[in-house]
Write a protein that binds this ligand. Structure first.
Ligand SMILES: [Zn+2]
Length: 215
């Protein structure tokens, strides 16, 4: 399916510039349930499973539906509002839990996101910051891309004075297999505008995210 790093990078760019309402209204994003069930059947057999018993008989269909669910964002209305009050300090949503699927192993990576923006003319409901993370997480992902997609979406939808996104996650492909480092956390960040360039704002954002991770 992946013909090389180049292809992945290209599709990433497409996703990052597509309005989220188009992204989220797609019915399972490219999931062919019938083909997935058939392929899950073949994979299970190849792994030595005996599908003749009652317990495993429906496993291929369950696996297909599970992946469809994990790969399909829930639609939401990303409404923004005018910043009538002229609020000009950081808005920070900390410790937003998220679950995503590592595209290299199809194992989950699990963690929290800290999402902040410095408002310009528009603000967005706080719950939407969590919905944006969830939407982009429901895909075959790498943590770096998930981070940049959330930041790029906020930058585009709100045209804020700055954006900061930090993700901390444990990758089960690192914990369960390979190097088997349970509890190791990968941290990624994407900073734009004043959150990147203004030392005071940058420091404020990073201090807020670090305080939460020590708690
Ligand atoms: Zn992995």
């Amino acid at each position: 399916m992946w013909v090389g790093r180049e292809r992945i990078v290209t599709s990433t760019t497409d996703l990052a510039v597509r309005p989220l309402h188009l992204l989220t209204e797609e019915e399972p994003r490219g999931v062919d349930l019938h083909a997935a069930e058939s392929a899950a059947h073949d994979l299970l057999v190849a792994l030595g499973a005996d599908l003749s018993g009652e317990s495993l008989a429906d496993t291929p269909a369950r696996v297909a539906r599970m992946y469809a669910e994990l790969l399909t964002p829930s639609p939401f209305d990303p409404t923004t509002f005018p910043n009538d009050g002229g609020y000009d300090e950081l808005v920070v949503a900390r410790d937003i839990p998220f679950y995503s699927l590592c595209e290299h192993h199809l194992l989950p990576f699990i963690g929290v996101a800290h999402v902040a923006y410095l408002p310009g003319d528009r603000i967005i409901g706080l719950s939407k910051l969590a919905r944006v993370v969830e939407s982009f997480a429901r895909a075959m992902q790498v943590q770096e891309r998930l981070t940049t997609q959330v930041a790029a979406w906020l930058q585009r939808e709100l045209s804020p004075k700055g954006v900061g996104v930090v993700l901390e996650a444990e990758h089960l492909c690192m914990s369960l297999r390979g190097v088997q480092k349970a509890g190791a956390t990968t941290v990624t960040s994407a900073l734009h505008g004043a959150v990147r360039d203004d030392p005071r704002t940058r420091q404020e954002f990073l201090a807020l995210t670090q305080r939460s991770s020590r708690a």
